[in-house]
Design a protein around this ligand. Sequence first.
Ligand SMILES: Cc1cc2nc3c(=O)[nH]c(=O)nc-3n(C[C@H](O)[C@H](O)[C@H](O)COP(=O)(O)O)c2cc1C
Length: 218
Amino acid sequence: MDQPTVPPDSEAPAPIDALEAMGTARSMRWLRSDPVPPALIDQVLWAATRASSPDNTQPWDFVVVQNADVRERIGRLFEDMPKARPAQRTGSPAPDTADATARRTREGVQNLVATLADVPVIIFVCGANLYPPDQPDITNMYSAVYAAAQNLIVAARALGLGAAFTTLHRWVEPGLRDLLAIPDDRTMAAMIPMGWPDRPFGPLTRRPLQEVVHHDQW
Ligand SMILES: Cc1cc2nc3c(=O)[nH]c(=O)nc-3n(C[C@H](O)[C@H](O)[C@H](O)COP(=O)(O)O)c2cc1C
């Protein structure tokens, strides 16, 4: 597919550049229910499918849920999810850590789960374990599919859309697989709710370069 374009009469905000998008693409777990124009959804999916993969195997599929009835059913699946534990599954710092990102994660996950049925687009990123062909290794699948998911997140931010990389689907995976008719030989790798942001974007909290970069030698 050629790169999709946004119609000139679109009310979508002008895209920001890739570096600014990468620097401010906070996980957005507060999303408005307003619909997202199909041209923008195509653009983020296009960006996702530009990711690298071993031998260009492109082992990804995307289930894009917009139907209100299906979203409602997804929301219902999450109703029984334990309240306190989701943030721990993200690998975030312990709850007593006075860290703004961790706090945003804890509160955000609760909000996201409670409002899932109203999130206009929920994208499930799925992967096929097919590389190398003689002895497929699941790490190859995750590497490619997560690269695609990150491209998607950055593209969404560039277009003014909020999105969150999550693995929340794991809590209710059997029900989701059934509802979305996911083939048995595909892994559900990420669940990315997406819509117009209801909280500000902002700079990401990350370790500084000097802490993680080693020049010429470790
Ligand atoms: C593999 C992976 C799994 C994640 N799982 C979840 C999740 O289940 N729920 C969630 O809300 N965020 C999840 N996240 C998002 C991270 O929690 C988030 O990116 C991180 O805390 C930094 O916050 P920020 O994106 O706002 O800068 C996940 C991210 C990755 C890469």
